[in-house]
Each structure stands twice: as structure tokens, then as C-alpha cells.
Design a protein around this ligand. Structure first.
Ligand SMILES: [Zn+2]
Length: 331
């Protein structure tokens, strides 16, 4: 038995390290990550679990036909292989500007427009924000939901079924003003999106990967340090392995402790996040989440006097050219 949930998480992390240490590219590509849906959650009665599977998005449109509504990021919708698929379906393309899009008022208006259109499945394709508003829309319509995360950050981080929207008013911004859970029926990882992600986005997404490396997996940490050139250059074997490994680590956190308890997954998943949320709010929600997270983690470690982890974190954030101090965010 484990004394804490955190202990259990770290034990399971060690077990999957053996897989990633030896896995071939083919094995990585076949890796399927299963997320449990807790009974008490709104979807707990309908689905017991959902998976992150790697396959081309084309398969989504073969299986199902009627009642699909695709919500997609503008940059994603313009990719040839996406356009070809979604042009035959109802779709809605969003221009990603977080400050406006992820607000509750904006999304209420969108949902109102969709409500009488007989939608029974939402397919959300894009970064973290797009996955979030897709989950909100599916929740409001009580429809099925498929998430297709297209950025490094969202591939690692958009599992878990959290629905989060911000509130914006003249007095200020509130990150995550609206909170609930609505798990997807499935998540699809199509590697072709990794080819199209701009280098800057890879870097921003890496901060959530590095979070798992610092607080959960020494093995991943060493892999990231040794191979940062390959990863930043988006060499597929390396970037894909990085993303799938980190998603797996998040899966362990969620499956052991989705409630993010104090001596459980909170230590990992919410590391630096109290601070990063405030940084984002103060910036009018314009600073990318990943950049606020690396600064948040550094400040939190400094505050808590965790010297070892501080140095570990500083070393790897600098390697990946991520900000470690607030001043760097103003540039
Ligand atoms: Zn985060």
C-alpha cells in the first residue's frame, strides 16, 4: 500500500519508464492511453473511460456521418488534410485570441446559435483553448465529444475532461471563472499536426512537458536534456515520443488522483499554476499559458526554498529558451 497518492503516482511513473526507455518508434505510435472517468462526474454514468489513440483524423469521418459539428482553429482548418475532411460537414472556424474566445459570454452566444441545429457530436480540433471551448459546447448540448489536440501543449494537457472558461470585464479578467467536467468520448492524436506546429509553439508547449519531468519523472527529465536539439528541431521520433510520454504521465496523475489532492497529483499538475494564473490574468489573458507556467514554477520553487528542484528547473527551462523570470515576459 502507498502512504500517499503521490507515492503511488511516482511508482507507476517508474513502471512506464521502462517502456519508454526501450520503445521503438512503432511501439510509441501504437501506444494508447486510457483515462478513467470517475463515477461522480457528469459523464460517469455514460462512459467508464476514454482513450487517446494515434491515427489520422480521416478515420473520424468514416465512422460517423450525421449530426457532426466540427469546431476548429483557423490555422488548423486551413491545412490541406483537414480542409479535405471538414469541408463536407458543418464546421465553425475560430480565430484564436484567448482574451475574447475563452470567455463565458462569448461562448454562450456561440452555443445559442448552435442549439437548434441537431448536433449530436462535437469534434474539436486545435490547441488547448479550442479543446476547452469544444468541451464546453458539448457539455451545453449534452452531445458526444471527440477532441483532436493539435499543439504540443494540448496533446499533453487537454485530457482530464476539465471545462474551463474565463470571464472578462472592464474591471479585470478572471481565469477559469467557469469550471466543470465533461470528459470526451475519445481523443485522437494525428502526428501530421506535429509537422505543422511552428517552432515557437513547440517551445511554449514544452513547459507542460517539463513540468512532468521536474516533478514526476527523472527519466523524462534526462531524455529531454539529452535530446533537446532533436526535439526542438521537431524530429518526429523525438517529438512524438516526448508528447506521448508526457501524456502518459498525465494519465497516471489523473487515473490515480483526478481530484488533485494535496499529497497527490496536485504537486505535479498544479505546479506553478497558482502563480501562472495570476500572471495571465494581469496580462489581460494575453500571455501564452506555457510561458506563464515556466515562470510560475520558478517563482514557486524559490518561494518554497526548494533549492534542488530550482536548479533542475532553471537548467532545463533555459535549455528550451523558456522564461524563468517575469521580466522576460514583457519583451
Ligand atoms: Zn497548465
Amino acid at each position: 500500500m502507498f502512504r500517499t497518492k503521490l507515492e503511488q503516482i511516482l511508482k507507476e511513473t517508474e513502471e512506464i519508464y521502462r517502456f519508454y526507455q526501450n520503445a521503438s518508434l512503432n511501439e510509441i505510435k501504437q501506444r494508447e492511453i486510457v483515462f478513467k472517468v470517475p463515477k461522480g462526474h457528469p459523464r460517469g454514468e455514460q462512459i467508464q473511460s476514454y482513450s487517446l489513440v494515434q491515427r489520422p483524423i480521416d478515420s473520424l469521418f468514416e465512422e460517423t456521418s450525421e449530426g457532426i459539428l466540427v469546431l476548429a482553429d483557423k490555422a488548423v482548418a486551413s491545412l490541406g488534410f483537414v480542409q479535405k475532411q471538414i469541408s463536407n460537414y458543418n464546421h465553425f472556424v475560430f480565430d484564436s485570441v484567448e482574451s475574447e474566445l475563452k470567455t463565458i459570454d462569448y461562448m454562450r452566444r456561440i452555443v445559442k446559435n448552435i442549439k437548434n441545429k441537431n448536433v449530436n457530436q462535437i469534434i474539436g480540433m486545435g490547441g488547448g483553448m479550442l479543446c476547452n471551448i469544444s468541451s464546453y459546447t458539448a457539455e451545453q448540448l449534452q452531445s458526444d465529444l471527440t477532441l483532436v489536440p493539435t499543439t504540443v501543449l494540448s496533446m499533453v494537457d487537454s485530457s482530464g475532461g476539465k471545462v474551463r472558461l474565463n470571464a472578462a470585464s472592464e474591471e479585470g479578467n478572471l481565469k477559469h471563472f467557469y469550471k466543470s467536467f465533461y470528459e470526451p468520448n475519445k481523443m485522437i492524436l494525428d502526428q501530421r499536426f506535429l509537422d505543422s506546429v511552428p517552432e515557437n509553439q513547440v517551445r511554449i508547449g514544452m513547459s507542460e512537458v517539463i513540468k512532468h519531468a521536474i516533478f514526476q519523472s527523472e527519466g523524462l527529465y534526462n531524455f529531454l536534456v539529452e535530446n533537446y536539439q532533436h526535439i526542438i528541431n521537431k524530429e518526429k521520433d523525438y517529438l512524438l515520443k516526448t508528447v506521448v510520454w508526457a501524456a502518459d504521465l498525465k494519465g497516471i496523475c489523473l487515473n490515480v488522483d483526478i481530484e488533485e489532492q494535496e499529497y497527490g497529483s496536485k504537486n505535479i499538475l498544479r505546479a506553478g499554476h497558482e502563480i501562472s494564473d495570476r500572471i495571465e490574468e494581469r496580462s489581460g489573458l494575453t500571455i501564452p499559458h506555457g510561458l506563464a507556467v515556466s515562470v510560475g514554477i520558478m517563482e514557486e520553487l524559490e518561494m518554497k526554498g526548494k533549492e534542488d528542484n530550482y536548479q533542475k528547473a532553471e537548467r532545463i527551462f533555459k535549455l528550451y529558451e523558456l522564461p524563468t523570470r517575469r521580466e522576460e515576459l514583457k519583451k
